[in-house]
Design a protein around this ligand. Structure first.
Ligand code: BG6
Length: 474
């Protein structure tokens, strides 16, 4: 673990990701005393600016008391330079050496908050010029990792030529979310859940991602990727893999990731017939996707997708895993919903199904929909909930932000919540065929849905086709 004498270099320091996620996470760790001792933070980007201007940007989204922010500024500095060639990186090296002084260990963590176009060039430049021979080196990288299986492999092999798997930390920030991290304990630490988590008891599983805003302002980026590459192939599939995997041999990073890879390998590529695509259109004063000037005219890029995946192993064979994700929908919500099979009807007529819901955000919660007798003289069943809402049960407990948790793990050298190269490979295998179909000249036309709605009108028909029964309360 990196306990002291570490320099963190944030590449792409003038960009949005750095400003909104990386610096706030670093600051939160700093304020809680969780960063290594004697840490320095160095921003690096092409933009020329003086230290004052950099500090202004660096601290724009920080939350905390002013004196801590001042302290944080004191350990932060900035160097501008190019992403290609050696010159900029040589300057960076000089700067690091100045900060490191006569330290014996020179640990360097490189956080790549960069667009994919310069990513491998920078990884090479860093290795060549700024790699520490007297300490630990780590490189933290984040999606997009290519656009399909082939481009991902190309990118990974270029990266691997420079940085070992052990030095590489691939972020999928969903793996840092409290509720996703909770899955292991929920599933394997509760005997009744463990016993019921299989095809004998589960009818269908839904993993839902909903955002109430469109792609305003990042239409250009989004149009190249679409909702499937943006959140399904990574965030939602990672969540699914932990939800569906077998119990790992231990909590170690390799044991956990071995099981994730194994379950992912049993998922065949998604079939065209199991896909429903949508694109939002304007509603009231809210613009449609195509109204964004940065979006190419007539684009058929999906902003909504529902897909069914099948896990062909003894535990899950035949159970549909429905993934739904969309922008510009009616609410902000990410949840996993495991719907159990019907109770034996025998003495009942139409008793609702049990459902286990794990709400990832907002307001973390786990609740189990179950039937109970309506209190009173008559014997009547009523749907109720066993409700574990975190705000109520863990009052005043700080739930760390995903990026804080992950950056801390990277300092500790714990890879459990980072994506291993073989995971990435299988993840792309599952999605590449439908992505090529969607990108190709036979691209299906996405179904329109109004901004702020629940998605294309076919959505309920889609989920019910895979056995989902809406409960009477909804
Ligand atoms: C990012 C996507 O990876 O995840 C965004 O590029 C999306 O489009 C975001 O909004 C969602 O993350 P979160 O943490 O807000 O659920």
């Amino acid at each position: 673990a990196l306990k002291d004498e570490t320099v963190v270099v944030v590449l792409g320091a003038s960009g949005d990701l750095a400003k909104k996620k990386t610096f706030p996470a670093l600051f939160a760790l700093f304020a809680q005393g969780l960063l290594p001792k004697d840490v320095h933070i160095v921003g690096y980007a092409r933009t020329k600016m003086d230290e004052a201007e950099f500090h202004k940007r660096e601290t724009q989204y920080l939350k905390g008391d002013d004196s801590k922010i001042e302290e944080f500024k004191k350990i932060s500095s900035y160097i501008s330079g190019q992403y290609d060639g050696d010159e900029g990186f040589q300057e960076l090296l000089k700067h690091l050496e100045k900060l490191e002084g006569d330290r014996k260990t020179k640990n360097r963590v490189f956080y790549m908050a960069l667009p994919p176009s310069v990513f491998t060039t920078v990884a090479k430049g860093l290795k060549k010029n700024v790699y520490s021979e007297d300490g630990i080196n780590r490189i933290i990288v984040e999606k997009p990792f290519g656009k399909d299986l082939e481009s991902c492999r190309e990118m990974m092999s270029e990266l691997k030529a420079q940085w070992s798997e052990n030095e590489t930390y691939r972020i999928d920030h969903y793996l840092g979310k409290e509720m996703v991290k909770n899955l292991l304990i929920l599933r394997f630490g509760n005997v009744f859940l463990d016993a019921a988590f299989n095809k004998n008891f589960v009818s269908n599983v839904q993993i839902t991602f909903k955002e109430p805003f469109g792609t305003e302002g990042r239409g250009g980026y989004f149009d190249e990727f679409g909702i499937i590459r943006d959140v399904c192939q990574n965030h939602l599939l990672q969540t699914l893999s932990i939800l569906a995997m077998e119990r790992p041999v231990s909590f170690s990073a390799e044991d956990i990731r071995d099981e994730k890879v194994k379950v992912l390998r049993s998922i065949p590529a998604i079939a065209q017939k199991d896909v429903l695509l949508g694109q939002y259109v304007g509603e009231g004063d809210k613009p449609g996707y195509l109204d964004d000037d940065t979006v190419p005219k007539g684009s058929v890029c999906p902003t909504f997708a529902a897909m069914t995946l099948w896990v062909n192993n003894p535990r899950w064979e035949g159970v549909p895993f429905i993934m739904k994700a969309g922008k510009a929908l009616n609410e902000s919500k990410v949840e996993i919903r495991v719907q159990f099979k019907d109770a034996l009807q025998g003495i009942f007529t139409d008793i609702p199904r049990n459902e286990l819901v794990m709400r990832i955000q907002p307001s973390e919660a786990v609740y189990l929909k179950m039937n109970a007798k309506l209190p009173g003289f008559a014997t009547r069943a009523v749907p109720t909930e066993l409700d574990l809402t975190y705000k109520k049960r863990f009052v005043d407990t700080n739930i760390p932000q995903a990026y804080e948790a992950l950056i801390l793990d990277a300092f500790k050298g714990d890879h459990s919540n980072f994506v291993r190269d073989d995971e990435l490979d299988v993840a792309w295998k599952i999605f590449t065929p439908i992505l090529h179909w969607i990108d190709g000249k036979d691209a299906p036309k996405p179904e329109p849905y109004p901004y702020g709605s629940r998605g294309p009108k076919q959505i309920d028909e889609f989920t019910s086709k895979y056995g989902y029964k809406r409960s009477p309360q909804e």
